[in-house]
Design a binder for this molecule. Structure first.
Ligand code: AMP
Length: 563
């Protein structure tokens, strides 16, 4: 059996691991530590949580940093505040016998002032969540100039949570980076992409089995017409009585309006969007986390970084254009070994998008019929019966009232009692769903729709096989705008920004291509001028926005390879 000593780590670290009771290195430690101790190699470690990966990178980091220099030399980026604190705690234990070494945690939801103060004291290792780190970079409160080692921990989770752009930003802003060590439980294509772009011939170590996609999520979709989207959402919620879920919308206006409408109709829901103050946001998140709120409706930007356990359903009120956004959304469920369901409400014209998502995500979609009113009532009924039967009657608080109950119900049969309970519980549903219409989209000109996204796509072939052709055929203009990801936009936030500015509905938009400095927006010809008028010449963060028709010679055409 190998020992920590034999792996070549500093004697002071061996002493600390001894005291922690680590007799032998775990598999990932045994394989990773010798590679990482060389200090300059890029590395990918595919290992689940619980395999000892924190020590696998923590010990080598402590070994290679220069304790005399008091500036940040190593940066560990991880998805959540909890993990951030856990990593710091372990590194603190490992460095017990190393004098002059400091590690600082920076994460969202805590005072940034205190964290800036900690950083100012001088530290060699910073452990950070992506959002807070970027905040600190923008405030110039952290100096990444001399970072040599970057560790991305739980990289797949970070991508699932929508942090891809942040991670790329961080990697781009560490100019002296010599080593990038990436740890992940799975190896989705997005991680390969990041590693190809930012790492040089990384050594790769796999411990245990690695999945390429999250197989614990069932991807389902319902096809309806635009005017039935809201009713379909309600029916899906009613059909899943124990639901604990997040609904995603593209714009904050939709999130707000749907939340208000559902609240008025008695649903347990609140909205999370960019207009909330930090205090309001924390309140909504707190209620959702402790399950006093059953449903959360959110835009992609507002939901970034949400990490809540036990989410049963993610519902896409509309399909996002971007496969990555779909992956981030669906990744909110099916976590930590649980199974989850991701439901999309789609219009028949959107079905071609599934093929691409299926290919990239390595997952299959299931088309389901929107439940009828009868289906919903039956489901609610069964749920209620289960609840009644599994009610906890072990504690005796109510027992003093039992004789009274017995007397009151002496002449009422058990069957009648049940009927009365059912009537009380279900009248609302039964009335509402009595004459509920069929919300399924039925294409009168074609055969009944079948069970696969493949079929859906084939049917759309005549209209053009991808969104671009389809949109182009319908009379679309292409607008150039001098805003891009460098301005801090993601596709979803950019979409929301241009819609908010122009007061247009998202239906008028086609494909959006975003680059660092510029973007190109497809838009229905009739709406193009309204968008140009709303944006061109306005200011964004002190810069003048320039927007014009890219195809009429005004804007810069994308260079070859940019499209
Ligand atoms: P991690 O995968 O880093 O979250 O580690 C999981 C748990 O294993 C933590 O509680 C560590 O303290 C513990 N651990 C890590 N390495 C070893 C080791 N070599 N021997 C015993 N326990 C370990």
């Amino acid at each position: 059996m190998t020992t920590f000593d034999a792996l070549g780590i500093d004697a002071r670290l061996v002493q600390a691991t001894d005291e922690l009771g680590y007799v032998n290195p775990t598999e990932i430690q045994e394989q990773a530590i010798p590679i990482l101790l060389s200090g300059t190699k890029d590395f990918i470690g595919l290992a689940q949580t619980g395999t000892g990966k924190t020590a696998a990178f923590g010990l080598p980091l402590l070994h290679v940093i220069d304790a005399k220099a008091k500036h940040p030399q190593a940066l560990v980026v991880c998805p959540t505040r909890e993990l951030c604190l856990q990593i710091v705690k372990e590194i603190e234990l490992f460095k017990k016998y190393m004098t002059g070494v400091s590690v600082v945690a920076v994460y969202g939801g805590a005072s940034i002032g205190l964290q800036i103060r900690d950083l100012k004291r001088g530290t060699q290792i910073v452990v950070a969540t992506p959002g807070r780190l970027i905040d600190l970079i923008e405030r110039k409160a952290i100096n990444l100039e001399e970072i040599k080692y970057v560790v991305l921990d739980e990289a797949d989770e970070m991508l699932n949570m929508g942090f891809q752009d942040d991670i790329e930003f961080i990697l781009k802003n560490t100019p002296q980076r010599e080593s990038t060590w990436l740890f992940s439980a799975t190896m989705p294509p997005e991680i390969r992409k990041v590693s190809k772009r930012y790492m040089k011939e990384p050594a790769e170590v796999t411990v245990g089995k690695v999945n390429t996609a999250n197989k614990s999520i069932d991807h389902q979709y319902y096809v309806t017409s635009s005017q039935h989207r809201y009713e379909t959402l309600k029916r899906i919620i009613d059909f899943n009585p124990g639901i604990y879920g997040i609904i995603f919308t593209r714009t904050k206006i939709d999130a707000q309006e749907i939340s208000e409408r559902l609240t008025r109709e008695g649903y347990d829901i609140d909205a999370l969007h960019g207009d909330l103050t930090q205090g309001q946001r924390d309140k909504v998140m707190g209620q959702f986390r402790d399950k006093s709120l059953q449903l959360l409706i959110a835009t992609d930007v507002a939901a970034r970084g949400i990490d809540v356990q036990g989410i049963t359903h993610v519902i896409n009120y509309e399909l996002p254009d971007d496969v990555e956004v779909y992956t981030h959304r669906s990744g909110r469920t099916g976590r930590a070994g649980n199974v989850g369901i991701c439901i999309s409400i789609v219009h028949s014209k959107e079905m071609y998008k599934f093929k691409q998502i299926e290919r990239i995500n390595n997952s299959k979609f299931h088309k389901l019929d929107i439940p009828s009113g009868k289906d919903v009532c039956r489901k609610q009924f069964f749920h209620f019966m289960e609840k009644l039967l599994s009610a906890d009657i072990s504690h005796g608080d109510y027992e003093t009232y039992v004789p009274m109950l017995a007397e009151k119900f002496a002449d009422v049969s058990k069957e009648d009692v049940l009927k009365r309970v059912a009537a009380m519980e279900f009248d609302r549903f039964l009335k509402y769903y009595e004459n509920a219409e069929d919300l399924n989209f039925r294409d009168r000109n074609r055969r009944e729709q079948s069970d696969s996204a493949d079929q859906g796509r084939r049917r759309d072939v005549g209209k053009g096989d991808n969104r671009k052709d389809y949109k182009r055929g319908g009379g679309y203009s292409r607008l150039f705008v001098n805003l891009g990801t460098k301005d801090g936009f993601y596709k979803a936030s950019f979409l929301q920004f241009i819609l908010d500015m122009s007061d247009l509905k998202k239906d008028v938009l086609g494909k959006i291509d975003m680059k660092d400095m510029n973007s190109w927006v497809e838009i229905e010809k009739g709406a193009a001028n309204q968008m140009i008028r709303a944006l061109d010449g306005k200011n964004y963060k002190g810069r003048r926005i320039r927007m014009n028709d890219a195809d009429s010679g005004g804007g810069r055409k994308p260079r070859r390879g940019e499209e």
